[in-house]
Design a protein around this ligand. Structure first.
Ligand code: GDP
Length: 216
């Protein structure tokens, strides 16, 4: 992206997420997903990685993701519609979190089954944003998901969360380290986005990526 185009996407992204963000539905099964009328991007990550905070941070709406993520409904795929007024409509999907310590192996397999079906069935899926806690870096379970995404040939991009929790000197290091690992995965975007929902860092970058996707 040249600077002029990037500025355009930053502006559009800001307007898209500053405008109406509509909760469409929490789909409990792959058979009940909304029709593929727009392109879509999905957010995935281990439980507690900061996914709800990030989605709320993007939309600047405090409880958007959390309200739809009430306990007992956490296995839903939550659909939001963004950018309709701006002529850049896109579905933003909050996928159920994975790898929660209390969840049994069979629950994890269940998650994998649902997600595999989702990845195979959504022709309009343009990118998965895979969230990684910057304090922990890539875990084996994250790498398993990355391999699964590679195999499904779905393009995805890593987002480091909670960067504010790291010492200043460690922030660039973890971004570089994660980037060095990312390039080993075939369908993984080579640029890793560093974020803090708490401080608002990186929100513009993600919004610009989504604006670019929505207009292509
Ligand atoms: P989810 O389970 O992935 O949806 O994670 P949440 O968004 O609920 O966040 C899990 C915990 O991490 C909560 O206590 C958040 O307040 C905290 N958290 C999330 N994002 C950030 C961040 O950018 N900075 C800091 N310091 N804490 C965060």
């Amino acid at each position: 992206m040249d600077d002029k185009h990037r500025d355009k996407m930053l502006g559009l992204g800001r307007r898209m997420f500053g405008g109406d963000v509509t909760f469409i539905k929490g789909a409990v099964s792959i058979d009940t997903l909304p029709p593929m009328e727009f392109g879509e991007v999905a957010f995935a990550g281990r439980s507690n990685v900061g996914k709800s905070s990030l989605i709320n941070g993007l939309t600047q709406k405090k409880n958007l993701a959390r309200t739809s993520n009430t306990p007992g409904r956490t296995q839903e795929l939550n659909y939001f519609e963004v950018g309709v007024e701006q002529g850049a409509p896109v579905f933003v999907v909050d996928l159920p979190g994975y790898g929660y310590a209390k969840v049994s192996r069979s629950k994890v397999n269940e998650w994998v089954k649902v997600i595999k079906k989702y990845l195979a069935g959504r022709a309009n899926l343009r990118r998965v944003f895979l969230l990684i806690d910057s304090r922990h870096g890539l875990k084996d379970s994250d790498k398993e998901i990355m391999t699964m995404l590679d195999e499904a040939a779905v393009s995805y991009q890593l987002i480091l969360t909670k960067l504010d929790k790291l010492k200043v000197v460690d922030r660039d290091k973890i971004v570089e380290k994660t980037q060095a690992e990312a390039v080993k995965f075939i369908a993984c975007h080579p640029i890793v986005i560093g974020t803090s929902s708490e401080k608002g860092w990186g929100m513009d970058d993600i919004r610009a990526e989504i604006a670019e996707i929505a207009t292509n």
